[in-house]
Design a protein around this ligand. Sequence first.
Ligand SMILES: Cc1cc2nc3c(=O)[nH]c(=O)nc-3n(C[C@H](O)[C@H](O)[C@H](O)COP(=O)(O)OP(=O)(O)OC[C@H]3O[C@@H](n4cnc5c(N)ncnc54)[C@H](O)[C@@H]3O)c2cc1C
Ligand code: SF4
Length: 352
Amino acid sequence: MNRFDYLQPASVSEAIAAGAESDTAYLAGGTNLLDLMKMGTARPKRLIDITRLPGLDRIEWLADGSVRVGALVRNSDLAYDERFARTFPAVAEALLSGASAQLRNVATVGGNLMQRTRCAYFHDLGSACNRRMPDTGCDAREGENRLHAVLGWSEHCIATHPSDFCVPLAALDAVVEVEGPQGARAIPIDALHLLPGTTPERETALAPGELIIALRLPVGAAAFSRNARFLKLRERTSYAFDVVSAAAMLEVEFGTIRSARIALGGVAAKPWRAREAEAFLASGPATEEAFTMAAEIALAEAQPSGDNAFKIELARRIVVRALDLAFAGTPAIMPALPASPFSTISGAKHVA
Ligand SMILES: Cc1cc2nc3c(=O)[nH]c(=O)nc-3n(C[C@H](O)[C@H](O)[C@H](O)COP(=O)(O)OP(=O)(O)OC[C@H]3O[C@@H](n4cnc5c(N)ncnc54)[C@H](O)[C@@H]3O)c2cc1C
Ligand code: SF4
């Protein structure tokens, strides 16, 4: 690990002033950043420890029913917050699908949004990687790439975004509040993570020095609480990143879908919102045929980027399964994490 300076600012403005300097990084739980620093993938000259900043560790319910979650709220605290889990069950399920209990106790909301790709070549300093070092090439293109992107990828980078949490957040139109040297602004989550294009090294819309202050779930998001699920398919039952995942949410009235939300994980460099599939489902019947067609539409543009054609069919199936389960209704005890999304055992539940 390289030598670095360590600062522990006492206020947001002090943190932002320090963050505006070049070669700095904000340190929250450290569960991603410190690993990257140990491997040499990240080499900040200054670490700005934000964990003592006041007021960023609160979950606030606003008068209109929306919720504001501070950037330093721990992943486990959010998942097990009773009101939050009841109102946004798919978000709680996604949080509890990620990492391990120990990691979730340390990982923060802001850090989860900003975590880096798990592409093995990105982590291996001996490999060519346009994302780690611009214009050096992409060893994943001809390498081990069965878990890489099938949507939105470019010749320059085929990596996926690893966060589970961000998938239902994308479906719910979450908004990220940031503050930086130029002031405060709000970024819709769909605009936070960038597709690789010709500049994969630019991963998010954050400007240098911008700090995530909070995450907001808008008032309309609560309308999906009764029919919402998040499903994640991984290579072992727990403690693994996704192969593919899906968040599905429905507003249903007398068997007719009023509106639908669908987002996919593990398929692209950002959580992938399937807006055309949502539009197809709206005002139609909640049938198996409709769900199958919605999944077709959601994956219509998908292309393998290597040995990963299987992911396209897997993603279709997980969308259908997530819609089926969402339509069946949010289980009374949440989060309910089945051993496998394709399991036929319906009773498996996980309680806080
Ligand atoms: C073994 C292992 C398994 C994992 N499995 C999963 C999984 O299955 N699913 C999943 O979703 N995640 C998984 N994770 C990732 C884990 O969720 C992230 O490491 C964690 O969420 C990052 O949060 P943190 O607070 O520790 O961030 P840090 O490591 O402190 O920071 C991560 C990045 O975010 C930046 N950052 C942090 N806070 C802010 C802020 N407020 N504003 C601006 N930038 C900020 C940092 O500068 C850094 O670049 C796993 C991690 C490990 C180590
Ligand atoms: S897929 Fe992206 S992150 Fe992976 S090696 Fe290629 S450029 Fe780097």
